[in-house]
Design a protein around this ligand. Structure first.
Ligand code: ME8
Length: 535
């Protein structure tokens, strides 16, 4: 294993619009970020994991009006409901930021004042094409002849108003230089797309205030202007660390050169994170994030984005209730190739859970511990894995080492689909080893040495596999480790390359980790969940 020095690690999700409920698309990003945060903690990093809600803007004001409550009451309720979902999803965030937090509001005002006084913000008039859904202005080129929003493809309308602008044009050469000097900043195809679609045609200065609604942060210098959503939203990443407040110790720690900074976002908001966010940071004289990881979106079987407005995105709750949180998390991380779009389909959902969780991981735990009960009265037999007797065991341990190396390589480059896949392959090695050794035959033939060694090796494999799977399915991997009665010190990442400590431990009561799903029944349930009951 490569040596790791203890380092600070800051990972963020987008802050989700407080305009409706969380659906499984949002849970995708939070789960992926959570897997990364948990992996880094496992590797000894000092992790700060942040999520939150984006609570200003015209759309939210309208929703509150519809609901007959004040915008603040409306977003308070939504923020609580978001936190409940994240609890149900086992999301281990350290801090939840809200754009209505006093500290965030103060930060946005101070940043505005600073940028205005240094000449990076000026008052002008905005004439443009506005998409109410995306709360974004676009240029003629971007909306094309049909006047459609380039992000969501809905019709846009012409709008003119007094507005403050961020002088982004000035920073374009520096931004291009930054892309060149730091190719690891984001995926190459995403940056090329940004350059070709937005920068080459001529990047307009960014309109950053509005006067046509008031649910936003009023600027001190001209309070009829409220800061328009994106600048407000992007600043959450630093306001959550105390930027511009008296106590900015978290900022010093997690936004410093001693920290690795990763933003996870969906491809729908790439422009804001790879163009405007770096420019804003340059204007503020702050360092850049190490990486903006752009993940793909979940689509329906027919390739349409799962989204709130289309009403085709299921809530995570029925899935958690029926299959358990670990199953949903696992499916999202493993089935959808990280960084590319993926389809959420009932058939794949059931097949993936059955193949990997029930038939592979659950099966290895169940068959190993059942045989320990049957042949050794619940006590893990003694064996020396540093000197295995069987060639099959020797080969198994070599293959396990290779899988650990692969796991680490994937996880370190944030390919969590690959990493969790490597962990599941490691578990699969255990099942194949079992089939080759057939411990039940060894028991029948009285070959106690081989029986002990094989059951012992399988016990270690459950332990190692559970540690590697822990970032993805924390509750179930803990359950497996508990059933095997693994002591705390043997649950660490460092312990995965040591053996023999489980000898003679009494295992705990066995319960099935993942019941096998009945395909037809579950596909019907899931199809109705997405499409509604069959007509
Ligand atoms: O854009 N598949 O908030 P938002 C996968 N407030 N991920 C999905 C998804 C899908 N079908 N649908 C949504 C905003 N997401 C702003 C962000 S950040 C400074 C401000 C995820 O509620 C994905 O990560 O529309 C996407 O980028 C995010 O939710 C958008 O959430």
């Amino acid at each position: 294993m490569a040596e790791q020095t203890k380092k600070n690690f800051y990972v963020t999700t987008p802050i989700y619009y407080a305009s409706g409920n969380i659906h499984i698309g949002h849970t995708y990003c939070c789960t992926c970020s959570d897997v990364i945060a948990r992996y880094k903690r496992l590797r000894g990093y000092d992790v700060r994991f942040m999520t939150g809600s984006d609570e200003h803007g015209q759309k939210i004001q309208g929703k509150a009006l519809e609901a007959g409550v004040t915008p603040q009451e409306y977003v308070d309720k939504i923020a609580e409901s978001f936190k409940e979902v994240w609890k149900a999803m086992d999301i281990s965030y350290d801090y939840y930021v809200r754009t209505t937090d006093k500290s965030h509001v103060e930060c946005v005002k101070k940043v505005f004042t600073k940028l205005l006084s240094q000449g990076d913000i000026y008052l002008g008039q905005y004439k443009g094409w506005y998409c109410t859904f995306c709360e974004s202005f676009f240029t003629d080129e971007q909306v094309g002849e049909q006047h459609l929003c380039p992000d969501c493809h809905r019709p846009v309308h012409a709008e003119t108003e007094d507005a403050y602008f961020l002088n982004v044009k000035k920073y374009v050469p520096a931004l291009l230089k930054f892309y060149e000097e730091k190719p690891s900043f984001s995926q190459k195809d995403k940056i090329n797309e940004m350059i070709n679609t937005f920068i080459k045609p001529g990047l307009e200065d960014l309109c950053i205030t509005r006067t046509s609604f008031d649910w936003g942060i009023p600027i001190n210098e001209d309070p009829k202007h409220v800061v328009y959503v994106w600048i407000d939203a992007l600043l959450n990443y630093v306001s959550a660390l105390g930027y511009t407040t008296e106590d900015d110790s978290l900022m010093q720690k997690f936004w410093s050169d001693d920290s690795e900074i990763i933003h996870l976002i969906g491809r729908d908001i790439t422009r804001f994170h790879t163009i405007y966010w770096p420019i804003l940071l340059m204007a503020l004289g702050l360092r850049q994030p190490d990486k903006v990881i752009v993940h793909g979106l979940l689509l329906t079987r027919s390739g349409v984005k799962l989204s709130k407005s289309l009403g085709n995105a299921p809530s995570p709750y029925p899935l958690i209730e029926r299959y358990g949180v670990a199953s949903l998390r696992y499916y999202l991380v493993r089935e959808i190739q990280f960084t590319t779009d993926g389809n959420f389909t009932p058939m794949q959902f059931v097949d993936r859970l059955n193949a990997d969780l029930a038939n592979n991981y659950g099966n290895l735990v169940n068959r190993t511990l059942s045989m320990i009960n049957r042949y050794f009265e619940g006590v893990i037999p003694t064996a020396d894995l540093y000197n295995p007797k069987s060639e099959l065991t020797k080969k198994l341990l070599e293959d396990v080492k290779a899988k650990i190396v692969a796991y680490e390589a994937y996880m370190d480059k944030f390919d969590i689909t690959g990493g969790i896949g490597a962990a599941m392959d490691l578990v699969d090695l255990g099942n194949k080893y079992f089939d080759a050794i057939a411990p039940w035959t060894q028991a029948k033939n009285g070959n106690m040495d081989l029986l002990s060694e094989s059951l012992y090796a399988a016990s270690e494999l459950i332990r190692i596999g559970s540690i590697l799977l822990c970032p993805a399915i924390p509750n179930k991997s803990k359950e497996a480790l508990d059933q095997e009665n693994v002591p705390e010190e043997m649950r660490t990442y460092e312990s995965i390359s040591t053996y023999n400590s489980l000898c003679s431990r009494h295992i705990n009561e066995l319960t099935a980790l993942f019941p096998r799903l009945k395909k037809e029944e579950e596909v019907k349930f899931l199809t109705e969940l997405i499409d509604g009951p069959a007509k």
